[in-house]
Write a protein that binds this ligand. Sequence first.
Ligand code: FE
Length: 180
Amino acid sequence: MENARRNGEINTPYFANIDIKEYLGHNKFKSSMHLFVKGDNMKHTKLGSKYFVRIDKGEEVVASLHKFCTDNGLKSGSVIGIGAADRITIGSFNTVTKEYHNKELTGEYEITNLTGNITQKNGEVYLHLHITLGDEEYNAHGGHLNQCWISGTCELIIDAVDGEIGRVTDDYSGLNLWEL
Ligand code: FE
């Protein structure tokens, strides 16, 4: 990462290769959206098996985390986080219609909890993240996390484990389930 910064690659756009339609794992999601993240502004350190990752203002969490896991060879683990964000897209999956409904939130939000796991699908990092946000009236909003743009900071702790958990698309639910 330091070499990349010295070589002036910090502003190179990173294509996180996340196609939301594929990412959500069912074919009723109409729009196809790719996530991009500008540069590589994450800072991190490793203590034991845990990575402490800081994502700064203006960066997008899902794509940044995807890049971090890919760059560092993290194939399985869990992630928790807190922070502040000003544009967030959360989803809710209807298990009857098997459709995702998405909602964009803009404004001042505390990331009161971000929880998720890191697995693999088709040889690539697959993130499943949920988020709970607090607005300025202390109301909570939550759902499946699709995008989260940081306004203050984001502090993630990643607990990486050896081994690999895959994903398989379940025809009944339309979801990408753990392959166990
Ligand atoms: Fe989910």
